[in-house]
Design a protein. Sequence first.
Lengths: 398, 398
Amino acid sequence: MSVLGATGSVGQSTLDLLKRDPPRFEVAALTAHRDVEALAREAIAVGAEFAAIADPGGYGALKSLLAGTDIRAGAGGDAIIEAAQLAADCVVAAIAGAAGLEPTLAAVEQGRRVALANKECLVSAGSVFMEAVRAAGTELLPVDSEHSAVFQALAGAEPGSVERITLTASGGPFRGWDHARLATVTPDAALRHPNWSMGRKITIDSATLMNKGLELIEAYHLFPTRPDQLDVVVHPQSIVHALVAFRDGSVLAQLACPDMRTPIALGLSWPARMETPTKRLDLVALGALTFEAPDSDKFRCLKLARQALETGGMTPAILNAANEVAVEAFLQQRIGFLQIAELVEETMERAAKGAVSTTWQDLADVLEADAAGRRICAEILASNLLGRVSMVVSERLA
Amino acid sequence: MSVLGATGSVGQSTLDLLKRDPPRFEVAALTAHRDVEALAREAIAVGAEFAAIADPGGYGALKSLLAGTDIRAGAGGDAIIEAAQLAADCVVAAIAGAAGLEPTLAAVEQGRRVALANKECLVSAGSVFMEAVRAAGTELLPVDSEHSAVFQALAGAEPGSVERITLTASGGPFRGWDHARLATVTPDAALRHPNWSMGRKITIDSATLMNKGLELIEAYHLFPTRPDQLDVVVHPQSIVHALVAFRDGSVLAQLACPDMRTPIALGLSWPARMETPTKRLDLVALGALTFEAPDSDKFRCLKLARQALETGGMTPAILNAANEVAVEAFLQQRIGFLQIAELVEETMERAAKGAVSTTWQDLADVLEADAAGRRICAEILASNLLGRVSMVVSERLA
């Protein structure tokens, strides 16, 4: 096993499982972004072969923390790629953001089985990435809970027999709020997710429902489906993670208590299933599972993501890049909660007017689209929208 | 395809599917118990090769109804066996009661794939029947909704990875009633099932929860599981039909609007899935799925069935036979609703005291146990219990 992004939320859950079942797993490589101490500690705990830190300046510190062990240290982008390419039965690709694209693609191109937790590989680079998976003849196992659920519900099904794939959304902490209330949402409030403990960026995406929109785009690439066969239903308990409806009227669903270790374990052990220490589902104790339609008028990010999926080409990469910039601006209290969707929409409109190509050739095109999305979004932030936005922020702070 | 029990509830649903997709299916044989006219009509509608009526006296009528067609007519037990043995890709075994044992076993022994809707094959003759399935190397596809759900949720799973199999029960029309109210239940009230349209016997079994108890015994034989891994949860909406919990914390469930055509279609087309005209699941319209623990103190048939499963040997056959007699007595208003469980329990106790063997050799032993259960139960009915029971009935009628 190798874990790319070992110190993040998914990486830590993965290591928790690997450490519980040590005789079964040998760890080839661990990587981290900046946290040298956590990386060294984990590498020693699992007896990794190689530890790589993305920050080139972290080399000295990592080397001295690993002194006296057999663990090789590396730093910088090339070291991360090397970690991804190291021989391993499974590479857990859990580097967040566009930074995860190159290393994950490198693992795929080496024919490694990839347990995928990076959204950008499918959202921004979906066609390029899936083409590489097919070319390498390797296996891709989604490790977020919704796609893992679809994967399990589909197991062995003929593609033609599927009528509909439904992802569930908790609806986030602001489900049912009106526009006026949504305008007052603070980063602190948005970071308190009712069901899942996750990183900051994804928690905000959960609150805006952009997370679910990005998952629709991912599902489109992962599973043999048309955009109109993909659906979202709000399910506040986060117990049912996805449902697959077949043409005979049967629906298969995967359920589990919210815990990332369940889908990660599947990625590590499929087609077997490893024991996990997760809380077991107790339907009688839960009493009820409820479902409602998402309000995509109030939570416009979901609508924008569907629009990007239907438009295709570079649009999902633009959407994702703009959303990253917008969420960061929200977390810094530069814009209000509702402006996240406004910024993304404005960025998509401007990008569509620009002469950006709508087809992809390779990862370079994707990275260019990603950069364009970030640049356009930052420009809007710095200019006109910022004026409008700051008014809202002042109102809120008053 | 052949359909044994073509004029019953499952048989009719099967024919509905076969008639919708005629170019796909050719019908070898249809059988019926007594209803010569319905049998002849269906045989002509699907262009069957052979039609057999169990009632030997029905031969003349069947022959004349089929005059002018190419359909061969047969009558009596041997004709039913012949129908079961006729070359067919799949035999739908939907003869109700112990009468279904021999023909279904005959189909299995010919190596036919059997879509099984007869409970007795597994409840009374489980070990003998499953041994025959293994010996013939054939496939057994359960076509009732709960076991079809388990079958789908298990697809491809390693037996060792399963922690628990949960069947759902609607709870019947008397869920939450207390003893005093249950004592007043009439056959008419018990025949009004909230979710399913089924035959009379199975509708009463649904109301007493004996149906779910018998399904636990069936599940034990169908799937690699221990009795203590089998569970029942009450789910009044009858949308989730069963759930399989795995050791990684994942639970796979099958959901569908209550319609027998969905599990029957799976039996006919697995591993493909045929299109059905069934109502599609709409979780948003449903709003909520609820779950509660079954009350096996009030619905004692469930407890008795679990006891029979744990005791093993002939006990499930005795339980099933006694229940058939008791339900018939209830439908004839000879006993009250609560006396169904009393009669079954008393029969099980008397049979256990008798020197009946606890192991099975062949179908003859099963038929003997079945006959013993019926005889003992009838004796109780005719003697002491009847005295107690008639009091309750008179009170109710007063």
